[in-house]
Design a protein around this ligand. Structure first.
Ligand SMILES: Nc1nc2c(ncn2[C@@H]2O[C@H](COP(=O)(O)OP(=O)(O)OP(=O)(O)O)[C@@H](O)[C@H]2O)c(=O)[nH]1
Length: 364
């Protein structure tokens, strides 16, 4: 599964709130008869190695980072572990087909994801394939109410596995999916029990590649239910009347522990999808994006997009994790292909009107 274009080993960052089913998934990855070799990097809380012991077949392919808190900074220990893995060899190919990094249930996945952009050695050998969030269908609504980390994990994800679907009704599932989509309109949601998703559907998916996602499921950039431009489709369901997270409510930035259910709630994290059918001025756009990330990068969890630059045959593809921005010109637009620009910003307290105006002002 080595990334064919680049020869780099794909890395999946696995997040999910406490108890969502991460260990269950890792055990599947390590034990299933898939003919691949995966390395799993788990994160330990200080001295007690519980997680590692819960992962079966742990010895050979499971590696620990235990150097401090996973959510604080770009991870020196993670860099060391990954570089160590990359030095191993199998005849003619990298030692592992893919690497999965588990973050603790409470961690912000941002710094872990950023690690794969900042260290030159890591960057040369690996490519961040996706941030995958596991969600507990039974408990996620309450967690989204009371936990900023839970909201950030969902907002940050390239794909979401909605686990424990056996514990809730279809109506409840639709309500959960609607809420997840409000926080993250881009990530595909796959339902699962005991994390029984096909591994080739979640690993090596190029989740960071916006274009591929929109090719597979064009509805991913569908604005959330209730928002301008939302298209009703099979995925949104229409019987979720009691979960109308209106978008005009006053914000509650404190998010004290509410009861598990029943209050009207405005998620302060949201995803904003922008598009433009005219070519853009490349310089204007780059300048705008740099400035935006410089000023609001703390609040922007993720951004990615494909831009149609005037006078350029190739598409400009960018993505950002907080303030860390990467962008380059990628494959040329096809003759019959629709040339258009689209971008998604996921973050806290984003001013949608200002973003839209700024984006459109970059038109050539
Ligand atoms: N009913 C049900 N239980 C599940 C499912 N998936 C996992 N579980 C159970 O949920 C519990 C938590 O699962 P884990 O895989 O340990 O979750 P985790 O995300 O690793 O938890 P932390 O390590 O605390 O972050 C375990 O008892 C699992 O057996 C599911 O689809 N349905």
């Amino acid at each position: 599964m080595t990334d064919t274009a680049s020869g780099k080993t794909p890395v999946t960052v696995l997040t999910g709130y406490l108890g969502a089913g991460k260990t269950t998934l890792l055990n599947r990855i390590l034990t299933e008869d898939h003919g691949k070799r995966y390395a799993v990097i788990v994160n330990e809380f200080g001295e007690i190695g519980i997680d590692n012991d819960l992962v079966v077949g742990a010895d050979e392919d499971v590696f620990e980072m235990n150097n401090g808190c996973v959510c604080c900074t770009v991870r020196g220990d993670l860099i060391r572990v990954v570089n160590g893995l990359m030095k191993r060899q199998r005849p003619g190919k990298p030692a592992f087909d893919a690497i999965i990094v588990e973050t603790t249930g409470l961690a912000d996945p941002g710094p872990v994801a950023q690690t794969f952009f900042v260290d030159d050695e890591v960057k040369a050998k690996t490519v961040l394939d996706s941030v995958t969030a596991l969600v507990d269908a039974k408990h996620v609504m309450a967690r989204l109410d009371d936990s900023k980390e839970a909201r950030e994990q969902v907002a940050f994800a390239d794909q979401i596995i909605l686990n424990k679907t056996d514990l809730v009704t279809e109506d409840e599932l639709v309500a959960v999916e609607t809420r997840l989509r409000g926080l993250n309109p881009l990530a595909p949601i796959t339902r699962a029990q005991r994390a029984d998703v096909p591994l080739d559907q979640i690993l090596g998916v190029h989740g960071f590649d916006l274009e591929r996602i929109t090719e597979v499921r064009p509805d991913f950039v569908n604005p959330p239910h209730g928002a301008d431009g939302h298209v009703h489709d099979d995925h949104c369901g229409h019987d979720h009347h009691d979960h109308d997270h209106g978008h005009d409510h006053a914000h509650d930035h404190e998010h004290h522990h509410h009861g598990a259910r029943g209050h009207a709630h405005e998620d302060d994290i949201k995803g904003i999808a922008l598009s433009l059918d005219r070519p853009m001025d490349g310089q204007k756009f780059t300048h705008w994006l740099d400035k935006l990330l410089g000023e609001q990068g703390q609040n922007i969890l993720r951004a990615k997009g494909i831009i149609d630059v005037q006078g350029e045959d190739r598409r400009l593809v960018f993505q950002a994790v907080h303030m860390i921005l990467e962008g380059d010109l990628q494959k040329p637009w096809g003759d019959k292909e629709r040339r258009w620009s689209r971008a998604v910003f996921i973050g806290r307290d984003l001013d949608e009107a200002a973003l839209k105006a700024g984006f459109e002002a970059c038109a050539a």
